[in-house]
Design a protein around this ligand. Structure first.
Ligand SMILES: [Zn+2]
Length: 287
């Protein structure tokens, strides 16, 4: 199983079926994840599994000495998302990853993947296109979904927009940022659970996680020069060991900005993510 290869320790966790994928931690020795199975979209299950395993490996890597103290968990939602989205996107949606795993996938789905190469499969799973649903958005358009939500959150908190107008403002902003209008509110303002659960200000942690993951990725690639080669061989132990030593073990010991500064050399910043997107999609689309 791919998340075992990543380093998720099933001896200190388990994976169960649920309506929504999530990770929950009871102690450093009991970190559980869930996943859902969409028969029409099996890759969504795969990427959700990688994502939640990324959260879980963070929690499994915290220094056990911090157990039962406020230091015992990941430092913030944004740093947490940097871990989950790194395994899901920077690893799981990369070319070296699929050069390794695609032959196995093809063996399992010989008819569906007949005549498809690893390279064209890689391009297909990284197709950039405007879409309604945030969790299925590609890496290039994802942060626009967050920007829209953040602007609405600020409007709600400031009182400058009325709740009853949310569906209409949502649809207008979708048209402005992505050029599409949702067919109904299930594909629009009602698609997430966050606001109904009282989670305001949570969405930006996903965007910040993207930015941090790219900052860390640049540093990791300087420290592990043959990282692509290792991923190409299906080896992830050096990557996990790096994350363990630099991020996971510290738990909540440092503030998020200080942790990122100490490890990546600068505070949370968009430039590495922009470089990452330019390089990745420049190669894919020949720009
Ligand atoms: Zn997450």
């Amino acid at each position: 199983m791919i998340i075992s290869k990543f380093g998720y320790d099933f001896g200190r966790g388990r994976q169960d079926k649920a309506a929504h994928p999530f990770e929950t931690s009871f102690s450093v020795n009991d970190v559980r994840i869930t996943n859902r199975y969409e028969p029409s979209n099996p890759l969504a299950t795969l990427f959700s599994g990688m994502h939640e395993a990324g959260h879980a490996m963070y929690e499994q890597g915290v220094n056990p000495a911090y157990e039962r103290t406020p230091l015992a968990n990941g430092v913030s939602s944004a740093v947490h998302e940097s871990q989950s989205r790194m395994w899901e996107n920077l690893v799981g949606r990369s070319l070296p990853f699929w050069e390794h795993f695609f032959p196995g996938l093809k063996k399992t789905f010989p008819t569906q993947l007949d005549g498809v190469s690893a390279k064209s499969f890689y391009k297909a799973i990284n197709k950039v296109e405007p879409s309604f649903i945030r969790v299925n958005a590609d890496e290039a358009t994802y942060n626009l979904h967050i920007m829209l939500r953040l602007e609405l959150e600020i409007g709600m908190l400031e009182g400058s927009l009325a709740i009853k107008d949310l569906p209409e403002i949502w649809n207008t902003k979708m048209q402005d940022y992505l050029g599409i209008t949702p067919p109904d509110d299930a594909h629009g303002v009602l698609q997430d659970i966050h606001w109904s659960a009282g989670l305001f200000g949570y969405f930006p942690t996903y965007a910040l996680g993207n930015l941090i993951s790219a900052q860390l990725w640049e540093k990791i690639n300087r420290d592990i020069r043959d990282l692509d080669e290792q991923i190409h061989k299906g080896k992830f132990d050096a990557l996990l060991a790096w994350l363990r030593a630099k991020i996971h073990v510290h738990g909540h010991k440092f503030d998020p900005q200080d942790l990122v500064q100490n490890v990546a050399g600068s505070k949370i910043d968009a430039s590495a993510y922009v470089r990452y997107l330019n390089k990745k999609y420049g190669d894919i689309y020949g720009l």
